[in-house]
Design a protein around this ligand. Structure first.
Ligand code: SF4
Length: 300
């Protein structure tokens, strides 16, 4: 079974990590347990009062143990900020999601925040679709066709995604489609963790203003980045996760987050068509939640 967290703990952890990122802190380290701390307290709600400790516990398997002054800096900031701070963003307070998305795009600008800006990208692929979509699809990153056209999922994988959307009884323009990273990784390689961490706050902001009912993560990279969870596709699929992007609550208190489902990336389905049935099961779960019916076949 995947290692899952209580949604409240996950939300608090995501907000703490995001806050630290905004402070320029990307590495987290395990704090030595004090003798007075019992082993059974490791994942208790009380740890929300000490997010630095909680964060390092959860991330230690992913983070190499290194000595650094950052440890002291992170611990100091965490101790000084028991109340989670969210830096105001230009779109905060903007009720119209289309206008808010425009502000996020402007904030992104001609982005040079990660190395992907200088590795052959033609343009930034921001996202496309209905700013009020109930359903969002999130992929990994743009490929060659997307890089050329400036729109996510327009190549062969995009055609398959279109077919998947159509099979759900809706149109591509009804949903919103975006990626974890907005610039094409060279040679269509998997985006590196630091690239995802640098770019994904913009995706989180897009999700926060669109406020979909369901987010479908296409493939393991999208799923792991959205859920901050390390698990195999077989473990990740087949259920809904409660998902709230960091900062969302401060933008609209009435939105309680989305359900997140994981399915195979269409590019993988092109290589492994026998898995299409499994992907269809995932989409049927989403359709049931959204009350969607597949289109009726024309009468013979
Ligand atoms: S991938 Fe994202 S963070 Fe990196 S340069 Fe492109 S837009 Fe900026």
């Amino acid at each position: 079974m995947p290692h899952t967290l209580d949604p409240e703990l996950r939300r608090a952890l995501a907000e703490r990590v995001r806050f630290c990122h905004e402070m320029g802190i990307y590495d987290f380290y395990r704090r030595e347990r004090r003798s007075s701390e019992s082993a059974t307290s490791e994942h208790s709600v009380a740890q929300l009062d000490d997010p630095a400790s909680f964060t390092s516990q959860e991330l230690r398997e992913e983070m190499p143990a290194r000595k650094s002054a950052v440890v002291t800096k992170a611990a100091k900031i965490a101790d000084e900020n028991s109340i989670i701070a969210i830096t105001p963003k230009p779109e905060h307070g903007v009720a119209d999601p289309a206008a808010a998305l425009k502000l996020i795009r402007e904030d992104l600008g001609d982005c040079t925040r990660c190395r992907l800006h200088q590795q052959g990208r033609k343009q930034i692929v921001f996202g496309v679709g209905n700013p009020r979509a109930e359903l969002m699809f999130v992929g990994e990153g743009p490929g060659a066709d997307e890089d050329t056209q400036g729109e996510p999922f327009v190549g062969r994988a995009g055609q398959l995604l279109n077919n998947m959307i159509k099979a759900m009884g809706i149109r591509r323009e009804d949903v919103y489609i975006a990626n974890v990273v907005k610039c094409r990784p060279p040679g269509n390689r998997t985006p590196e963790r630091d690239e995802c961490e640098t770019c994904s706050p913009f995706l989180m902001r897009q999700i926060a203003v669109i406020k979909p009912k369901v987010v479908v993560a296409l493939g393991a990279v999208a799923a792991k980045n959205l859920l901050a969870m390390n698990a195999s596709m077989s473990e990740l699929r087949g259920r809904f996760y409660d998902f709230l992007p960091a900062g969302a609550r401060s933008i609209d208190a009435s939105w309680e987050g989305a359900k997140l489902a994981v399915t195979y990336h269409p590019a993988y389905l092109l290589r492994a068509p026998r898995q299409k049935g499994e992907a269809w099961k995932d989409l049927q779960m989403v359709m049931k939640f959204l009350g969607l019916e597949p289109p009726k076949k024309p009468a013979e």
